[in-house]
Write a protein that binds this ligand. Structure first.
Ligand SMILES: Nc1nc2c(ncn2[C@@H]2O[C@H](COP(=O)(O)OP(=O)(O)OP(=O)(O)O)[C@@H](O)[C@H]2O)c(=O)[nH]1
Ligand SMILES: [Mg+2]
Length: 415
């Protein structure tokens, strides 16, 4: 009996970049190669060109473009992937010149997301991002997208949707936005409930493939899929966790970040990301064994700033330390811990850092307790630290520090 279906051969791709010096072109291409593999294609070659800026009409200059066309012809290339965002004109002209399907980095990332989305919300978010990206690109192509058939760049919204006119797409965008709004409202309600129940949330964010889900699994047995692939996680998962100081927190695992994350994706995932941003403490997990670790931390920090997280306690978590042999000044930054999520090392320090970063669970307050409630006075004296007390005409005055929960129990007496 045959166990496997005959799968189609992977698409063969050539990766193209214009090195303008604006960012580290070779690191970005390495990453594009990983993205390509994640999307299921095989990289057959690279073509880069040093330029001040990409050509407005054809992205590459004419010489390099010809070289690309020849390479595609003689290497049976199915797909050209450009490490940038292409304008509709550039995309159309390149496709004509090399006679091969041309997609850009954004389309590739959107395609990976489309293949990963599991939850209803995730699917809506990805479709919204894809349609928003496709809409301005329909201009000049009549009412149909020229892209049909199988392979990267075609997954996601069904053909019928893509082939419909722009008005239909706009209507669909509106619908998706409304649906996502509804889901956001529901999430706001459960967040409010959590806040009422005094469960503090701690969110795990960080560059894709840093080991966020592995950390989540090690800490909570969440059973989240952890894979050596980019964007293994799209939908947030949350699990309860008890800290050594006895406090209960909700730990949230989230979608990973990447440099130059497509704008439409950030927009579409905003409510999920904002939910993450509303956590009390943020764990920025990075792969300490990756030479690009410092850059990865910065990408995440920039995105967090965009989401309005300035001033929030962030613990930098250097993960995969089992693979690190040399020290780096990077590892000595404030508020950071070194761990191995895979080997469960350094977790005590991490939990302690979380405890420290959380808002204090005790506070100081003043109360006036009626003499009729002798048990309250006894309990507060026993479990709180009394700074001063005074027998007044209308009751016992206490200036004390105690657990917030205890204070909450007698909040009617607070003055
Ligand atoms: N050596 C080593 N590998 C690790 C460690 N933590 C995670 N990994 C590996 O790194 C890969 C990515 O792990 P994930 O937990 O899926 O990473 P993630 O940050 O959730 O990735 P995305 O969801 O794709 O953003 C997996 O192959 C893990 O086994 C670690 O501490 N040491
Ligand atoms: Mg993950």
């Amino acid at each position: 009996m045959e166990l496997h279906e005959n799968k189609q051969d992977p698409e063969r791709a050539v990766l193209v970049a214009a090195d303008t010096g604006e960012y580290d072109c070779s690191a970005s291409l390495d990453e594009l190669e990983e993205l390509t593999a994640t999307a299921g294609a095989e990289v057959a070659g690279f073509i880069t060109q040093k330029r001040d800026k990409p050509d407005n009409a054809t992205f590459l200059g004419s010489g390099r473009l010809e070289e690309l066309a020849e390479f595609c012809e003689s290497n049976e290339i199915d797909l050209v992937i450009v490490d940038d965002e292409l304008s509709p004109t550039q995309q159309k002209n390149m496709e004509k010149a090399v006679n091969t399907k041309v997609i850009d980095r954004t389309t590739l990332i959107l395609d990976i997301f489309a293949g990963r989305a599991n939850s209803n919300e995730g699917k809506l978010q990805v479709e919204l991002a894809q349609l928003k990206y496709a809409l301005p690109r329909l201009i000049g192509q009549g009412t149909k997208l020229s892209r049909t058939g199988a392979g990267i760049g075609t997954r996601g919204p069904g053909e019928t949707k893509l082939e419909s006119d722009k008005r239909h797409i706009r209507r669909r965008i509106k619908y998706l936005e409304n649906e996502l709004d509804e889901l956001k409202k529901r999430r706001d309600i459960s967040r409010a409930r959590r806040e009422k129940d005094r469960v503090e949330t701690v969110v795990i964010v960080g560059y894709t493939n840093a080991g966020k889900s592995t950390l989540m699994n090690t800490l909570t047995d969440a059973g989240v899929l952890a894979q050596d692939k980019l964007f293994a996680t799209l939908d947030p998962t949350s699990r309860a966790l008890s800290l050594p100081d006895g406090r209960k927190i909700m730990l949230i695992d989230t979608v990973g970040f990447i440099r130059r994350l497509p704008h439409d994706l950030v927009e579409a995932f905003k409510s999920t990301l904002e939910e993450a941003a509303s956590a009390k403490v943020i764990l920025n997990v990075c792969d300490a064994s990756d030479p690009e670790c410092g850059e990865h931390l910065k990408v995440t920090e920039d995105l967090l700033a965009q989401l309005g997280c300035e001033g929030k306690p962030i613990v930098t978590v250097f993960n995969k330390c089992d693979l690190v042999t040399a020290d780096s000044t990077l590892f000595h930054r404030q508020n950071s811990v070194r761990i191995s999520a895979l080997e469960a090392k350094g977790l005590d320090e991490l939990l302690e850092a979380i405890s420290k970063a959380l808002p204090p669970s005790r506070s100081r307050t003043k109360m006036l307790i009626p003499y009729s409630d002798g048990s309250a006075a006894a309990r507060l004296r026993r479990d709180g630290a009394i700074h001063s007390e005074d027998y007044r005409a209308d009751g016992l005055f206490l200036d004390l520090t105690a657990d917030n929960e205890l204070i909450d129990l007698y909040k009617d007496y607070c003055i």
